[in-house]
Ligand binder design. Structure first.
Ligand SMILES: C[S@@+](CC[C@H](N)C(=O)[O-])C[C@H]1O[C@@H](n2cnc3c(N)ncnc32)[C@H](O)[C@@H]1O
Length: 220
């Protein structure tokens, strides 16, 4: 028995992934109104992310099912008790990580989302999954909300918010990462500065591209 593959979390995740697949981000009018050049620029921008993700407020944009399982598996196998997440959205990745905390015997997950309607949805989903007691959602720009009051020791960090901010968010959490802590960066190819940093021998990480779209790194 485990929390991820049993009720209530398993049927909830099935439903949330199905609902997410039914909404194509590019057909949302506020996103469709952008040219592909605008979209590309905004995705790489350190200043236009609030505008872009505001337009995407009705899209779940979840990690893939495989990445979700990977998150659970990494958090379980490393015995994670403290996790930080950048980019909550509707809480699909959060549910995977919180399920692992539950099965590890408990812990604390701090996650961050600036869009209020997404925070509300994530809270509902975590409550439905029976995992809300493990999760603190910090509402606001993660550049501010993850600046303070982090646990002294962080076992796992998921980066899945605005791609251009991965280096900045890592630097906020870096001092708390325990030796052996894992960092999962989704769609890291969209954050070349981040990939260069974690792969540089001087950076203090061991890092490799993992599966289709994940950079998996370990704090040395
Ligand atoms: C790709 S989605 C996250 C998906 C989620 N991890 C999942 O798998 O279910 C990215 C989310 O990050 C949020 N976001 C982007 N930049 C942010 C920032 N600077 N601070 C807080 N949230 C941010 C967006 O509003 C969006 O909901």
């Amino acid at each position: 028995m485990n929390t991820l593959t049993t009720s209530p979390v398993a049927p909830l995740l099935d439903r949330l992934f199905e609902e997410a697949a039914a909404v194509s981000p590019f057909t949302i009018p506020a996103v469709a109104a952008l040219s592909s050049e605008d979209r590309e620029r905004m995705l790489q921008s350190k200043t236009e992310y609030l505008d872009l993700y505001g337009r995407l407020k009705d899209a779940a944009l979840p990690v893939s099912r495989e990445t979700g399982v990977l998150l659970y598996l990494l958090a379980r196998s490393s015995g994670a008790r403290t996790i930080v997440e950048f980019g909550t959205s509707f809480g699909i990745s959060t549910l995977h990580l919180a399920a692992a905390l539950r099965d590890n015997g408990g812990g604390r997950l701090i996650t961050s989302e600036f869009e209020p309607s997404k925070v509300a949805r994530a809270r509902r989903n975590l409550k439905e999954g029976g995992l809300d007691d493990l999760v603190e959602i910090r509402e606001g720009d993660a550049l501010q909300t993850l600046k303070k009051d982090l646990p002294n020791r962080v076992d796992l960090l998921l980066l899945d918010g605005a791609k251009a901010l991965y280096p900045e968010i890592l630097s906020l959490v870096e001092g708390r990462l325990r030796p052996g802590a894992l960092i999962v960066a989704d769609n890291a190819e969209m954050s070349p500065d981040y990939v260069a940093y974690v792969r540089s021998p001087a950076g203090g990480y061991l890092s490799l591209p993992f599966a289709k779209d994940v950079e998996l790194s370990m704090r040395m």
